[in-house]
Ligand binder design. Structure first.
Ligand code: OGA
Ligand code: MN
Length: 227
């Protein structure tokens, strides 16, 4: 009996790994062709559910008002963004599981795309009703060491009328963009320097994880910490 259970466990772990590899391959193909990849309901179900449980169990005090800009990290600007964030350290089981999954994606992309992804940082974000994040880029050309943005959505039963869409623009000139509904398990992955994007006002509480893979920007005499 125990052998059977272990066998089943082993089989399901293998299945999840296969699903991951299939997903990572789709992401890599998209990144090569377009520089971005939108994958509806793609995050492994167990991971999605654990992250939802985690985020809904966190006290509002765990979230801090988000800042803008790298140089003035402590500058807040209500006009630009109204979300609240909590950096993921891997202390919680769900957080650790997320970091494990993003690490697998990192390994896959490094093996297949030679992006040289070196480290990863991510935070939970809470957009309360009425919150938004105006059009922005996650990294600026030249000085950037954030190379790839990954956003995962944690909202079960998100309805069209709930707002809060991510709008991903092709370039600076694009004014139409591509709308992504922040439904549970959906992933948006894009080159951080290339795609301006915004979050439209949410009409109910909206949760996501935003993360960035960075290249190692260390040079002699200047160490670039993961965060
Ligand atoms: C960000 C961001 C998008 C989202 O945090 O930089 O663009 O949909 N988030 O939560
Ligand atoms: Mn962004």
């Amino acid at each position: 009996m125990e052998v059977l259970d272990l066998h089943q466990l082993h089989t399901s772990a293998l299945l999840i790994e296969q699903q991951n590899q299939t997903l990572f391959a789709k992401v890599a193909t998209d990144l090569i062709a377009k520089g971005y990849s939108i994958q509806p309901f793609a995050l492994p179900i167990d991971l999605s559910n654990n992250l939802v449980t985690q985020v809904s169990s966190m006290s509002p005090q765990a979230f801090v008002e988000a800042g803008i800009g790298r140089l003035n990290k402590h500058m807040h600007n209500d006009f630009v963004r109204r979300d609240e964030i909590c950096w993921i350290s891997g202390n919680s089981e769900a957080g650790a599981q997320w970091l494990d999954w993003t690490n697998k994606l990192q390994t896959y992309l490094n093996q297949h795309l030679f992006l040289g992804l070196f480290s990863f940082e991510s935070h939970f974000a809470h957009y309360a009703t009425g919150s938004f994040y105006k059009r922005h880029l996650d990294a600026f050309k030249g000085q950037a060491n954030r190379v790839l943005s990954v956003v995962a959505y944690l909202n079960p039963n998100w309805q069209i009328g709930d707002g809060g869409e991510l709008v991903l623009y092709q370039d600076e000139l694009d004014t139409q963009g591509l709308n992504v509904i922040p439904a549970l398990g959906t992933l948006a992955i894009f080159l951080s320097e290339e795609f301006p994007h915004e979050v439209l006002p949410a009409k109910r509480d909206r949760y996501s994880i935003a993360g960035w893979y960075r290249i190692n920007a260390s040079s002699a005499g200047r160490v670039d910490p993961p965060r």
